[in-house]
Design a protein around this ligand. Structure first.
Ligand code: SAH
Ligand code: AVI
Length: 330
């Protein structure tokens, strides 16, 4: 593994998957030829997609981010006292904006730890890491570039010291239930003794609030959704007419999930030059781009238990809008 030293307290390295992962080309071939057609949400996050996600978090409708931030601010010290981490590994860290509440709690408690953000969006993570080492003079940041669906066994955490694995933003909800359980099992595999998982998940609630959160009035989420087509146009030399796709976000109460889709305004042929293929899309046809699962206290507890984890602490937002849990190996 090549480690790049980008500053005295900031380094970065790539995390290799356990098995070779499907390429973008393979995933697109599989997903777009299936019915319903689908694309993996991990392809949203090029530089523009990462910036759009940050903009979503600032919309009035997208309550999960600010609700989770408030929980982290209110309970940060209790979390750090309980977990007493020497190493904090954060999956899908993005801008690390909310993680600052945990680092502030470390500051307040005079508890130093090393921070290991792990994200597929390298530039966003490196920019955030540079700002973090500037703002916290005791902090070392080891940025891990990679795709966490490739497994966590190659994450280069030191053997000694207590670990806190952080998985915020409700990103676990972007996995299908079986994949979420497998992901938690991977996380449990990194935990020993008193190590803790800090997990943030969004909760089932009324349909109007959920659907508004994924269809803001300003159209930022719509732009984020369509961005995946821009990624394909660039990476696969495709010619999706991006602006001719409608953003849709619907809550399926039976499956307890928001489904984001892109619906074609009119029939057209898309050429994917890199794949040497073309696809005929009918008028009104949809591509599923993201699931965002929502939980109840019971479904959350059952999911943790299925992965060999047990809840230690549960911090709930007012009215049960959002859950932040500390969990340990059962
Ligand atoms: N945790 C942050 C960001 C959430 S957005 C928050 O709560 O605000 C989801 C993040 O996960 C993005 O930064 C995205 O780049 C990252 N991500 C998505 N799929 C990933 C994957 N398969 N492997 C690694 N990172 C991924
Ligand atoms: C990153 N993930 C948890 C977000 C979510 O809420 O599912 C991604 C997102 N999609 C639309 N808005 C935000």
């Amino acid at each position: 593994m090549a480690i790049t030293q980008t500053g005295a307290r900031l380094s970065s390295s790539e995390v290799a998957p356990e098995q070779p992962l499907a390429s973008l080309a393979d995933d697109v071939r599989t997903g777009l030829l299936s019915r319903p057609r689908w694309l993996s949400p991990k392809y949203f996050y090029d530089d523009r997609g990462s910036a759009l996600f940050e903009a979503i978090c600032a919309t009035p409708e997208y309550y999960p981010s600010r609700t989770e931030a408030a929980l982290l601010e209110a309970h940060g010290q209790e979390i750090i006292e309980h977990a007493a981490p020497d190493h904090m590994l954060e999956l899908g860290s993005g801008s690390s904006r909310k993680t600052r509440h945990l680092l502030d709690a470390c500051d307040a408690l005079d508890k130093s730890c090393q921070y290991w953000p792990f994200d597929v969006s390298a530039q966003m993570m490196l920019d955030a890491g540079a700002q973090l080492v500037a703002d916290y003079d005791w902090l070392a940041v080891h940025a891990l570039i990679g795709d966490y669906t490739g497994g966590l066994t190659n994450v280069p955490l030191p053997e000694d010291g207590r670990r806190l694995i952080v998985f915020l933003g409700g990103t676990l909800g972007n996995f299908e239930p079986g994949e979420a359980r497998a992901m938690l099992e991977q996380i449990a595999g990194l935990m020993r003794g008193d190590d803790q998982l800090l997990l943030g998940v969004d909760r089932v609630k009324d349909t109007a609030t959920l659907e508004a959160a994924y269809d803001d009035a300003e159209g930022v989420t719509a732009d984020f959704n369509r961005n995946v087509l821009r990624v394909l146009n660039r990476e696969l030399e495709a010619d999706f007419p991006v602006d001719d796709y409608r953003h849709r976000a619907l809550f399926d109460r039976d499956k307890a999930r928001i489904e984001m889709r892109l619906g074609a305004d009119h029939a057209h042929r898309v050429t994917l030059a890199t794949l040497g293929t073309a696809i005929d899309i009918d008028a009104g046809e949809e591509i599923v781009t993201e699931f965002s699962h929502k939980f109840t206290p019971d479904t959350l507890a059952a999911l943790l238990e299925s992965a060999g984890l047990a809840m230690d602490r549960h911090f709930e937002a007012e009215g049960g809008a959002y859950s932040l849990v500390l969990a340990r190996r059962a």
